[in-house]
Design a protein around this ligand. Structure first.
Ligand SMILES: [Mg+2]
Length: 121
């Protein structure tokens, strides 16, 4: 059974994998927070470019093996640079996620945003 998937893989494992990759190539000197944020944005741009000026529905993307593969690659690139940024600054991503979700739940209160509304008036 393949246990390298979202159900069984920890963020800690991903952080170690990215850290090992960076150290083995002696890239730490390039991985400043500024460079990592900019690289993350470049990868998010590559992901965005795949859908730019096209009206792919979700079903259309799922039926397009080549496009889905490219989206997976770019999504992974975004995650890799995000993980590298987290490694560089040494914070706990799960704690950051939990704390931000708490803020989001408060900001987008379920009683106010339970009808599909996506913004405050
Ligand atoms: Mg890329």
């Amino acid at each position: 059974m393949n246990t390298i998937n979202d159900d069984y893989t920890t963020i800690s494992f991903l952080k170690q994998e990215v850290n090992k990759f960076v150290i083995e190539r002696d890239w730490c000197k390039y991985h400043t927070p500024k460079n990592l944020v900019q690289a993350l944005n470049c990868e998010a741009g590559e992901l965005s470019q795949l859908l730019l000026f096209k009206d792919h529905s979700r079903e259309n993307i799922l039926d397009n093996e080549d496009l889905l593969s490219k989206i997976r690659d770019e999504a992974a690139d975004v995650l890799i640079y995000l993980i590298s940024l987290v490694n560089s600054l040494g914070f706990d991503l799960t704690s950051a996620f939990i704390e931000k979700m708490k803020k989001n739940k408060k900001k987008y209160d379920i009683l106010e945003f339970n009808d599909g509304k996506y913004y405050k008036k």
